[in-house]
Design a protein around this ligand. Structure first.
Ligand code: ADP
Ligand code: MG
Length: 719
């Protein structure tokens, strides 16, 4: 089989949600194209194709035939220019637009005046062919698209209105036709504006991406485009500059504002050894940073990419709305036909065709979703699609992973019991844990370091999720983990069994160390509940989540102790329970069991060893995902900083977003229904129908903008 290629293409001219559908259809029709996703906000198409059958040239051609364009670019890396390219010069375009608006408005007033009987029939004095020519000229850009689409057997939003224009022309009402054309273009503009506004949230984000980096080459500082920085190279960041890469501070000291990643505007201190993120700002001081990730591989790069592509994860309401748009057109045509048959009134028929713009249905959902996703990204919430906001809004069960999620993940070894040589066993345990990213591994390493042991390297190493690690150190077989981790032949010496029992009774997490199949010691680790958890769970309870369950691979006692702490602070009516000794696959089963009962499950985890359960949940939330590629990939929604209060916040955002979506849809439906009825009954002359059809988009825009404004206000509060 031939290799498949992925190509990211900028697409111009998409001003309505329907447009993405047209571009998708056009590209998908090419032989060799396997999969197409088109994004309204990012103005991009992502195409998977067989390079032997399809190429950029053929793609550009079909996209152009569909009425859109792919600007000349070398490849996927190319930066999208910020403004629309245009054939018009900077001068002629606004002048023509202004003339068009003035002419259209005057004509509208005249026609309304004639209709009210205020003026004589002025427009009738203009010969019909002249009027018709004006209509065709003014409507050329829209009518051309309609004809193009029709040639491809496609019906677009303006197809019906164009039929209305044709009907008006046929009955000799060129002025009415001209007014319809005028409002078609106004509607176009409104739609363009709405789409732009939706794009803004995402585009503002991409604009924050660093563009240049300052590096030292041969002892001289030079500034280079950020794409040219190689991982491993050192970059220099001065006060007021943006850190261009993800990396590790080599030297220097600075306060760094990481708001673009975490949404937290309180700056953090960074010095040698600290991890820093691309797109964060050095406020005071200077840093030399060794690049570990550059460009799209950085946390910021990943977030941008995922947010840009979030449209692919459509909410169910949007699918329904899209399907409805499909039925809507035939219904309108039917109503128009009935109007004509029953009332024999071509103008009423034209009004029906004109008033019913379907585009608003297509816009109602994505505009609100995009607003929230874009606004969320600035608050440290990376949301992978409207689908997850929709599910989150109706979630009723919350499952929580323990270690690193409910607890700080900064465990500490509080007691150690060894059978024989203490230091030797501890050294072996620390070496075995050397490459594990588990909080307990960190604790074991810290304990060894505290005893003055220097880190050793294991010869081989396997992490067993939910159990522990197995490694070979200096030729010895070392196992570190919980009780179930120890191989069957390891027996618990009496002294250790007693110690283990005592420690477990205290609610401590036990870490067993076995060497060459013999138990060598037991360590007790303590980890604290994150302080903001009770407040966050209270808030979630107020938001209607009534069932919370703690899932842990740790022992019964630890889970029980933690649950006890939490239970005391829960709100009334909330059910709280826990399950201990779970393996990662058991957690998946718990999620599935709740889903089978018809619950919508949110799972909060750290995204590392609980990734499978996060994926299985309806909505998987990963805590503190900044800097963890695994967590960002695994989660449906990634919380970029370690703050439990983000959990109720994102649930709240989800509820509000769905509220706005529903209002948008209801408003559009009622508006169109009333409009259609009035038009069919002859109460709405085509000129008013034309004016009316451009309004619902504005309503949707205004309604959805509330989501952005609210997030901006929140950001100011914390700022
Ligand atoms: P949780 O489900 O609470 O998040 P995990 O699934 O990460 O916990 O781990 C479950 C249990 O497995 C831990 O309580 C610990 O006993 C053991 N464990 C897992 N990884 C390690 C490790 N690297 N070192 C020691 N013990 C481990
Ligand atoms: Mg965990």
């Amino acid at each position: 089989m031939a290799e498949k290629e992925m190509l990211e293409l900028p697409v111009r001219g998409m001003d309505c949600a329907e447009c993405t559908l047209h571009v998708r259809k056009a590209l998908a029709s090419l032989p060799g194209v396997e999969n197409v996703e088109v994004f309204l906000a990012a103005e991009k198409a992502v195409v998977r194709f067989d390079p032997q059958l399809a190429n950029l040239q053929s793609m550009r051609q079909v996209v152009e035939q569909a009425g859109y364009s792919i600007p000349e670019v070398a490849g996927a890396q190319e930066q999208v220019p910020e403004d629309q390219t245009s054939r018009w010069s900077d001068f002629t375009r606004p002048v023509l637009t202004l003339l068009g608006v003035v002419f259209g408005a005057v004509l509208f007033i005249v026609v309304v005046g004639e209709w009210l009987g205020l003026f004589e029939a002025i427009t009738r004095r203009v010969p019909w062919p002249v009027g018709a020519a004006v209509v065709l000229l003014a409507g050329y850009p829209v009518l051309r698209n309609v004809v193009r689409a029709a040639l491809q057997k496609q019906v677009i939003a303006h197809t019906l209105m164009s039929l209305g224009v044709a009907a008006a022309l046929v009955v000799g009402e060129w002025a009415t036709a001209a007014v319809i054309v005028f409002f078609m273009r106004v509607g176009d503009y409104v739609e363009h504006f709405t789409a732009e506004r939706a794009r803004r949230a995402v585009r503002d984000l991409t604009r924050m991406a660093p563009k240049t980096a300052r590096i030292e080459r041969d002892g001289v500082e030079i500034e280079i485009p950020v794409e040219q920085v190689q991982p491993g190279e050192a970059v220099i960041v001065r006060p007021g500059e943006m850190i261009p890469v993800d990396g590790e501070v080599l030297s220097g000291q600075a306060t760094v504002n990481q708001a673009s990643i975490t949404g937290e505007s309180m700056p953090v201190e960074a010095e040698a050894g600290a991890r820093v993120f691309a797109a964060s700002l050095v406020q005071m001081g200077m840093l030399r940073v060794r690049a570990t990730q550059v460009g799209a591989d950085t946390t910021f790069g990943r977030v941008i990419r995922l947010v840009e592509q979030a449209e692919a994860n459509r909410a169910e309401v949007q699918r329904v709305a899209d399907r409805f748009s499909g039925y809507y057109l035939p219904v309108v045509v039917g109503v128009a036909a009935l109007t004509f048959l029953l009332r024999r009134d071509p103008l009423a028929t034209a009004a029906v065709l004109v008033v019913a713009c379907s585009c608003s249905f297509a816009l109602a959902t994505p505009i609100a979703m995009l607003a929230s996703i874009g606004a969320g990204a600035r608050r440290g919430l990376m949301i992978k699609g409207g689908k997850y906001l929709e599910l989150l809004a109706k979630a009723d069960v919350l499952l929580i992973d323990k270690t690193g999620t409910l607890t700080t993940g900064k465990a500490e070894i509080v007691e150690m019991q060894f059978l024989a040589d203490d230091l030797e066993a501890l050294a072996l345990a620390a070496a075995a844990e050397r490459y594990s990213e588990h909080p307990l591994a960190e604790a074991v390493r810290a304990a060894a370091q505290g005893r003055g042991l220097s880190p050793e390297t294991p010869e081989d190493f396997t992490a067993i999720p939910g159990l522990g690690v197995r490694a070979t150190v200096r030729g010895r077989r070392v196992e570190v983990g919980n009780r179930r981790m120890l191989s069957g032949d390891v027996s618990l010496a009496l002294e250790l069994a007693a110690a283990a029992q005592r420690l477990e009774a205290q609610g401590e997490t036990l870490v067993y160390v076995a060497v060459d199949g013999e138990l060598a010691g037991v360590l007790a680790a303590a980890d604290r509940l994150r302080p903001e958890v009770p407040q966050a769970i209270q808030a979630l309870c107020k938001l209607g989540i009534r069932k919370v369950e703690l899932l842990t691979g740790d022992n019964e006692r630890v889970a029980g102790a933690l649950a006890g702490q939490l239970e005391a602070q829960l709100c009334e009516g909330m059910q709280f329970s826990y399950r201990a000794n779970l393996l990662p696959e058991d957690k998946i089963e718990v999620v599935k069991a709740y889903q089978a009962q018809g619950h919508t499950v949110v799972m909060v985890g750290d995204g590392v060893n609980d990734a499978p359960a996060l994926a299985q949940a309806d909505v998987g939330l990963a805590m503190g995902a900044a800097g963890s590629d695994v967590a960002i990939e695994a989660a449906h929604i990634a919380l970029m900083r370690d703050d439990w209060l983000l959990v109720p916040e994102v649930v709240h955002i989800a509820r509000r977003t769905m509220g706005v979506v529903k209002l948008n849809i209801a408003f559009t439906a009622v508006y169109n229904l009333v409009g259609l009825s009035l038009a069919a009954l002859g109460f709405l002359p085509p000129i008013f129908a034309a004016a009316a059809q451009s309004l619902p988009d504005l309503g949707i825009l205004a309604n959805s903008s509330r989501l952005i404004r609210q997030a901006e206000m929140k950001a100011d509060e914390t700022g």
